[in-house]
Design a protein. Structure first.
Length: 127
């Protein structure tokens, strides 16, 4: 396994862990993340990271594994982009990691995951 694929897998699992933690906090106490319509945003992020994890786990064994990964990346990245834009315009929309809004970190994280995915699986653009 190449270092790029190993790093990609580690980042996706880290994102899954973080989104699981936040979704669990939301489920237990509520108020841990903003709503996207009727659904807490952290549930969308969690589902997105589950899709990315499943897509990576099945990569090369299933024809649709690339699409599953990319749907997850689009979900998490799109959510992070929307959150980042709202944070810039309205302020205090996203949960914080210290003083930094987590949506900024998540957006950078998703960009890095996308770049690594395109390097690890170069034919992903043709899926």
């Amino acid at each position: 396994m190449s270092l790029v694929r190993l790093t990609l897998g580690g980042l996706v699992l880290f994102g899954l862990w973080g989104s699981t933690k936040l979704a669990w906090q939301q489920a237990l106490a509520g108020g841990a993340c903003p709503l996207m319509g009727p659904v807490p945003a952290c549930y969308i992020a969690f589902a997105s990271y589950v899709a990315m994890t499943a897509g990576l786990a099945m990569m090369g064994r299933r024809d649709w594994s690339r699409r599953l990964f990319l749907v997850g990346l689009l979900g998490a990245g799109g959510l992070a982009l929307i959150g980042s834009l709202l944070e810039l315009v309205q302020g205090h929309v996203c949960p914080r990691a210290g003083i930094v809004p987590m949506c900024y970190l998540s957006l950078g994280f998703c960009v890095l995951i996308g770049v690594l995915f395109s390097r690890a699986y170069p034919s992903a653009g043709r899926a």
